[in-house]
Design a binder for this molecule. Structure first.
Ligand SMILES: *Cc1c(COP(=O)(O)O)cnc(C)c1O
Length: 395
């Protein structure tokens, strides 16, 4: 018997037909899309027909995810990128030219700070930082060539609340593009477009995706004149998101509102419990009356204090080591927004590049911890923290 060469297996097999409809979102990892003719491809590229050609330019899973985040942010045409930092890069590279100046908050996410101090100068763009809790400081730092202002609403890890209203008025007055990184606050806690933002950035990696298994970013613009160059730059630089990550993040988003509300309620309860716990020197939570910005938190965030809590114990590094070891079920990991509670120690992670003195000025000793509160049973969580703090401080 002669063997038939298996030539058909290298040709694509049609997807099985079904008279029923899958309710899960399909995952489409294809890099390329075959068009029916050069005319059809031309129609697609000119926007006369929908579709995709090459995944670096866009793919269905990115679009499904982007439309969901658009709905949360009240945006249209948002773009998804391969990480939160890819989103920051796309905005900066897409909009800034040599000779421009950027003004930014002085407690941004660490890598955003490095973008300003190490990357922007390579392209001939200058950056200055100012205290975002004081719009007057921003007004003093603004220059005739200030093109863009970058803000986070609640800072990491001391949870200071920016004067978004004052700085948005300044941006409008001087014709600067106001970019708000809404990662910490999320669209459930704060709606940047309703407070004067021109562009919203997310690290989708964090609370939106919510399960620490996808690295993604998002950008939405209120003005297509900003969106188009950001998109073009991202396609050229290759800041593309993986379809699989988009698929995971979209799956995570179905429970985002439930997760956020539960984590926030837990965070508020944990902050109140820590404030009463012997051995705790200080607790930071934006809506607590003892928070330095609680009035601004009330006006900008209402009751939405978010899922982040910071606290401080005495005893230096030794006590910090003891606390982490005494809470083995709480992941000691420098991230935020996971479904489970994670604990981070800024002095050895996000803020390790600073001198001890610079950290002290920001209010971050060796005993300073930041908690990203998850959706666990809150009494269990409070019990774990109380036990760990008692073990670490002897209080
Ligand atoms: C994590 C984070 C980023 C960067 O996002 P990646 O997805 O890690 O690249 C940017 N801004 C803020 C506020 C973040 O927390």
């Amino acid at each position: 018997m002669t063997k038939t060469p298996p030539k058909t297996i290298v040709r694509r097999t049609p997807w099985p037909e079904s008279s029923t409809r899958a309710i899960g979102t399909p995952l489409q990892p294809s890099v390329v899309y075959a068009a029916e003719s050069p005319d059809a491809l031309d129609d697609m590229y000119e926007g006369r027909a929908p579709g995709y050609a090459y995944a670096r330019e866009g793919h269905p899973n990115a679009d499904v995810l982007a439309r969901k985040i658009d709905a949360l942010e009240g945006a249209t045409g948002g773009l998804v990128f391969g990480s939160g930092m890819a989103a920051v890069t796309a905005v900066m590279q897409g909009l800034l030219r040599s000779g421009d100046h950027v003004l930014a908050g002085n407690q941004l996410y660490g890598r955003s700070m490095r973008m300003l101090s190490e990357e922007l100068p390579k392209w001939g763009v200058e950056a200055d930082l100012a205290d975002p809790t004081d719009a007057a400081r921003f007004a003093q730092a603004i220059k005739p060539n200030t093109k863009l202002i970058l803000l986070e609403v609640v800072s990491n890890p001391t949870l200071r609340v920016s004067d978004v209203t004052g700085i948005a008025a300044l941006a409008r007055k001087h014709g600067c593009i106001l970019v708000i990184d809404n990662t910490f606050t999320t669209p459930r806690g704060f709606q940047p477009f309703q407070h004067g933002a021109d562009i919203v950035i997310h690290s989708v990696t964090k609370l939106l995706a919510g399960h620490s298994d996808a690295t993604l970013g998002y950008v939405a613009c209120s003005d297509a004149a900003h969106r188009d160059p950001i998109y073009a730059t991202a396609v050229t630089l290759g800041l593309t998101a993986s379809p699989f990550d988009c698929w995971l993040a979209e799956r995570g988003l179905y429970s985002f509102e439930l997760r956020y509300d539960r984590a926030e309620a837990n965070a508020r309860a944990l902050a109140d419990a820590l404030a009463e716990t012997p051995g705790v020197a200080r607790v930071l939570y934006p809506t607590r009356p003892d928070h330095p910005d609680h009035n601004r938190a009330a006006s900008l965030l209402g009751a939405r204090g978010g899922n982040m809590v910071s606290f401080e114990i005495g005893g230096g590094r030794a006590a910090a080591n003891a606390l982490v070891r005494a809470a083995p079920d709480i992941a000691f990991a420098p991230t935020l927004g996971d479904i489970g509670t994670t604990l981070s120690h800024p002095a050895t992670s996000s803020h390790r590049a600073l001198t001890p003195q610079a950290r002290a000025e920001l209010g971050m000793s060796e005993g300073f911890f930041r908690v990203s509160v998850g959706v666990e049973d809150v009494d269990m969580l409070i019990g774990e923290f109380r036990a760990a703090i008692a073990a670490a401080t002897g209080a």
